[in-house]
Design a protein around this ligand. Structure first.
Ligand code: 3VV
Length: 248
């Protein structure tokens, strides 16, 4: 399997820089993003045409649609210096690399059935409905998350594990866009107010700093008008080699 992965990666020249470990700091404000990230390259690594789950479907409520239309390709001006922030949607598939599903120990059957946890429920709207946007400098990500009825924890509210999953997903995707592959080394969460089941919330992640292979990211979950703080979190991601992933 390691040979298969190496073969795939050899065919993806611009992926190779991501296999080197030091985390790349975000570029300064006006420069453009020079390389395609692993996230952007994922479609070409699938065996068949993948479905992008971060596009509107019939389960998306009014608030989810309104915010999707707000962020999609939108440029915001912020701060005293009128800095511009352009948001680009990130695609989201139910499977990452075909051959990177957990090292040599998994049977072919398990590998062929492996699915990304947040994208493995077929019924639209039942669980994790979300779409992520990243800014051009990769300093921030924003995720619109609509929590479906299968995510219940306390009656009528979202399970803390589901919230942690979304925070890990948003900060992990953010870290992967900067320096893939990464693994979560540490995740700290303060649950401040419960999230009503069926509601739409914003999950915002900010790259605080990079130190060698380490990326420090902070995250907050708020109501869509920003008036209610649901959750605060900090996360540490460590860039790893493909060999580390295959070793398990
Ligand atoms: C080819 C695939 C590519 C995929 C691309 C996907 C694209 C996007 C697609 C879809 C997005 C979906 C997004 C989902 C995201 C989910 C992410 C997860 O949930 S990951 C699963 C849970 N995490 C683990 O299972 C890690 C288990 N831990 C480990 O493997 C190791 O401990 C690891 C890699 C974290 C570090 O091990 P070491 O041997 O490489 O390195 P050491 O030397 O131990 O640590 C490096 C530095 O980090 C600090 N460090 C490590 N752990 C720490 C901790 N817990 N707290 C504080 N510091 C820590 C150390 O002190 C060291 O710091 P000093 O360099 O000395 O300054």
């Amino acid at each position: 399997m390691a040979r298969n992965l190496a073969r795939i990666l050899r065919g993806c020249g611009s992926l190779v820089p991501f296999m080197k470990t030091p985390a790349r700091p975000p570029r300064s404000s006006s420069s453009s993003i020079p390389v395609r990230t692993l996230v952007e390259m994922l479609p070409s690594l699938f065996s068949s045409k993948p479905r992008d789950f971060s596009l509107p479907n019939s389960s998306w409520g009014e608030e989810m649609m309104r915010l999707y239309e707000h962020y999609n390709g939108h440029t915001e001006t912020e701060g005293e210096e009128n800095q511009e922030r352009k948001w680009n949607r990130l695609p989201s598939y139910n499977r990452s690399l075909k051959y990177a599903a957990g090292g040599v120990y998994l049977s072919k059957l398990i590998q062929s059935k492996a699915r990304l946890f947040t994208r493995n429920i077929r019924d639209p709207g039942a669980a994790f409905e979300y779409v992520l946007f990243i800014d051009k400098e990769k300093e921030k990500c924003v995720c619109i998350f609509q929590a479906g009825h299968l995510l219940e924890g306390p009656p009528g509210h979202v399970h803390g594990g589901a919230i942690a999953t979304m925070i890990d997903t948003v900060t992990g995707t953010h870290a992967s866009a900067i320096s893939a592959p990464v693994l979560t080394a540490n995740l700290n969460i303060d649950y401040r107010s419960p999230i009503p089941l069926g509601s739409t919330v914003l999950i915002e992640s900010t790259l605080e700093k990079t130190e060698g292979r380490k990326l420090f990211i902070s995250c907050k979950v708020t109501s869509t008008d920003g008036s209610k703080r649901h959750t605060d979190a900090t996360a540490l991601f460590v860039s790893v080699s493909i060999g580390h992933l295959l070793k398990g």
